[in-house]
Design a protein. Sequence first.
Lengths: 141, 294, 228
Amino acid sequence: MGAELLLSPHSSQPMYAQIIEQVVAKVMAGEWEEGRLLPSIRELAAASKVSVITVKRAYLELERAGVIVTRQGKGSFVAAALDATRALATAEFDAQLRGLLDAAGKLGLSPRDVVARVEQALTSGRDTAPTFLDSNARNTE
Amino acid sequence: MITAISLQGVTKQYDTFALQDVDLSLPEGQVMGLIGINGAGKSTLLRLLMGLIRADRGEVRVFGQALPDAQVAVKRDIGYASDDMRLYPGQSLRWHMDLIRRVYPSWDEAYAAHLIQRFQLRPAQTLGGFSHGQRVKALLLLLLARHPRLLLLDEPTTGLDPVARGEVLDALGDVLRDERRSILFSSHNTAEVEQIADVITFLHEGRVLASRDKEAFLDDWRRVLCRGNWDDAINALPGLASVRCSPPLIELKTSAFDHSTLPTLQALGLTVDSVEAMSLEDIFITTVGKGKAQ
Amino acid sequence: MNWLTSDLRTVRTLVLKDWQVYQKQLAGFVAGMLLALGLIGSGSPLVAAAGALLLLVLLLVVGSYAISASIIAERKQQTGPFVMSLPVTPMDLFWGKLIANLVIYLVPFLLVGGGLVMLVQTTPLPDGTLPWLTAIFVFTLLVFCIFLCVAIVVDSEGWNVFAMLALMTLVGPYIYWISQFDTVIRYRATDVVVWGKPLLALLGGEFVLMVVAILIAGWLHARKRSFL
């Protein structure tokens, strides 16, 4: 029990992604409540035995997604409840978007193609993507 | 920002080997992992930083002070452990601790006692009776207990069983907490470097092939599996480090993966099956195999 | 290049370290030498001669053992890097090794020397042997000094062994040579102590030689621009 996250260097998932996922899990479970001060980057790095730069990257992404808020000189805090739920959903959406773009890259779709297909999906109101793309979405990043 | 380590244009010549034009720097508070095959120059680099050898050309500085001229002042703040270092076999660990305590005012007896527990060492035992793992841990204890600002470790975990390795990494983790302390360690264990290093430096045949922020470095490397007919233009792919063919599959490893890589391949008529990040071990083997990186 | 040490305290620590490491073996040698003294003072000429030989051998061996243990073994045991990683300069190590070995040798040397003088004065041994014995004694110190300087400066074990053997073989001819001195021939078997100018000059020369050897070794070591 403590600042430590349950990270594994042997997992196929990159470390910074594991950190993001586990911080999100803690926030969603209510373990880390709104306004709570997160462990400092160094403290988390030392406790989890990962490099500082990896933790930094994770914190940056968490902030970008709105899950945490960093105040200069004070540290990082879990974002306000309302923002947090939305932020979590946004983080999830961003992850899906990355998966989508990776799949598009593999297919060789140009940005215009991607936008066209998305527009088509939005207007027709249902998913037009073939099923094999779903299983490949988690293959990278 | 204070620079813990700085090497500029450093060259050192030996009969069979030479370190050439090495440019490296490490800001305070960071961890640098040095990787390279045996004989690549890792130990030489560390000895230069300790002032044990003098470069033929170039400047070596630690905490801004030139080595080896300022070595006495600098060595007070450095902890160095290397594979070829041995303690006095006829003397006990306690004797060594007392020796270090006399020499360094920063010795922390309480922390030393804590490490003895953690490493499960017996202070009254003579070093001659220590196993390899215990000896390595004893050396590290003598370093860590005086809280040096810079740790220079030449293969600190080589030859240790996984449990002992974990204990050592744990203790190194303590060092990370202090943003004024830095670590430079060389290791064959790429997984360990991948885990705790902030900066990765890749040494090969006496030259620095790459020295970069770990995340950025790992992000540039990808293994791409595609399908299609071979086209000689594939060889011109930027950063291409290795290619393997087993028709209809083609496996590519590149060190310069970006948003233009896949379109370029597709323009050559290939379809992409998968794109994967590469482990540092894979990058290491691929690089040394081809003699190039980045 | 800086001749002096960076810090006297550091050198003292280095000397203390070597002293602590070789204490036990040293005690053994001193015990052996005291035994030799006992034999010399026993009264029987044969036993005395055996004791004298034992003493001579021990004096030569203690010296070379101390040196080989502290300097050569240090290279073999690879404790060098550990010491070099301490806040010391190469010159610190030089003075540390030099002083440590001199102390380790001088302790039994002076002890035994004193014991010998007492023996000569109190036992039936003719007092006139004193100058002759002193000349031999000081010669072993000279041999030790030269061997020490060679060991510190020269890395090769082969050369060190060669130096040791060469120096030891000189002992025989040296003893023969001083035994031919006028004053020795005339007064050795008597109870009259006569030093004579040639002998005194010889002793003086030996001390000068020791200092010169140390200075040369120091100069050569100071030219080293780094440890390795």
